[in-house]
Write a protein that binds this ligand. Sequence first.
Ligand code: FEO
Ligand code: CA
Ligand code: CA
Ligand code: CA
Length: 663
Amino acid sequence: MRQKFQHYHADLQAVDDRRLNPSEAADLDSIINRSRRQVLKGGLALAAFGLFGTSLAGCQRPAPGTLPAASPLLGFSGVAAQTGADFDRVLVAAGYRAEPFLRWGDAVLDHAPPWQEDASQDWQAQLLQAGDNHDGMHFFPFDDAPNSHGLLVINHEYINPTLHSNGFSYTDLADGRRQRPLAQVRKEQAAHGVSVLEIRREADGQWRRVAGSRYHRRITAMTPMLLSGPLAGDPRMRTASDPSGTRVLGTLNNCSMGVTPWGTYLTCEENFHNYFVNRDAADHASRPTHQRYGIGQGQRSAYYAWESVDPRFDATPDEQQPHQGHVNEPHRFGWVVEIDPFNPDSTPIKRTAMGRLGRECSVVTLDDDGRMAVYSGDDARGEYVWKFVPDGRHDPANPAASRDLLDSGTLYAARFDEDGSGQWLPLIWGEQGLTPANGFADQQAVLLNARGAADQLGATPMDRPEWVAVHPLTREVYVTLTNNRERGERLPLDAANPRPDNQHGQILRWREAGGDPTATTFEWDLFLLAGDQPGATGADGQPLPANLIGTIQGDIFSSPDGLAFDGDGRLWIQTDSDDEATHTVNTGCNQLLCADPQSREVRRFLVGPRGAEITGITWTPDYRTLWINVQHPGISYPASDGRSRPRSTTVVITHEDGRVIGS
Ligand code: FEO
Ligand code: CA
Ligand code: CA
Ligand code: CA
């Protein structure tokens, strides 16, 4: 059965990890020297790293074989890696239940028709049903019964060919382009975006969608949105269909997310470049806002070829049309989109002050005095780690006053220095080369081409930054760097990205100076390098090469992506590795693991079905109900019958005795 669905995914490989940063290649000597320095540096950086009064010197990684007694934070028995080609379910630690909660096609709005196994339903049905590729999500509790009643808000990142009865349909045209059927494109647009559902835990202990709720909502690639901040109304945001430059249709590639202290949801637009094409080669090359972001070029169609039926995705300039047609449409994606889930009539707002990235996430940290920062990863090879600091402060006594806090502030890119210190480099027009001579006419140009501005500032190109998580007590910040096969080749090694041909990725952490979210300096260290244990062998029984060996104390994994802390400070890690590649022969199917940030012990809590990524993580406030997402399973799931169409699925996890998850 695996065979049957395999081809659905074959077409979707490697669109989310392209290297677009034009950094210089390193020469071999500098790679070797940097590697040596990193080896020398490891212990020193750790010794210097204090954890808000608790020295981290005591948490240096123990020598192999001397792992300390099991962490008191990790109160469950780990599960084994699953390396079988036919593994088709969710395996969770003993004592826990993991049950499908919301699958692609399940009803969100009340009048949604029941999903059909043959995937023949049209886009009108899809507009009412859960979208595809569930990713980041958050549970917003209601005050009346916060641990049993709330809104579950779920991103739908992109679409799988399983969305249609027989996969994506194309007609290959004589000029090399592809023509798509409008009905399929509309269904694909309707399967993107966000779902909002009111849910309740009923007397029988089961979580269910609340019938008849006014909060149920689907936001899609067609939903009207507002632009706010410095680029609202800017000429570079105007198009033939929106001469005002203030209104956008839809959100795309909603990957991870964030939550504000005033109770709104921040959905993040990641790989938006896949949806556009600019066929004018000279024009494309002249626009860093296209070129540096990987907007499609040349005579081929864009990845999804939506432009064959929906002209706003054709970003080729057209002098005959107002504002040159849709050449600016790609400028209207790559933003943080703020959604108020408690007001189903509210219009989502794209916050342009926060900069335009291939944005993975927007994770908020808040100081005691209301100052805050929002952290983001930009997930492509050699892109950056980001922080946005609003000008204003959040006042918990007056949350309504924070409504537009994300419309002004300072955007920073991170530089990770070899000695374990770090700098936040501000993207301020007119400073540090962000000048007209270098292509930055004004602050708006800086925000539209934030990647190019960070190049200019000398930020550190990273191994695909994905999720960020902030420790609830110490405010120490962790980021997943998922993998980067070009490291050491096109991108030089450095202390933060120390492994050539980095197939397994790493988790890095930092501590803002003085514990202040708005600080401009920090100290950092590598929490772990993912991959196999020393001495591990591959499928051929031969010892694995050094680049596949990690530093994990405990259960191994590859390609960390999702990352979140629970209220007790357990660090939950979700993986997105290619589980059919040779380097994952021992790590197997993708996973949810739990780590103790002090001892660094890692234990595997859950394994998902073949072909799936494990992503999205949220809890009830008492941390006794956990939701995660199984994204793009490659095998019949959630049905394990070998016949059913695989469906991205939100899974709800509880303990049979109702204990705090993982405790
Ligand atoms: Fe959508 Fe970088 O994961
Ligand atoms: Ca991700
Ligand atoms: Ca990923
Ligand atoms: Ca994904």
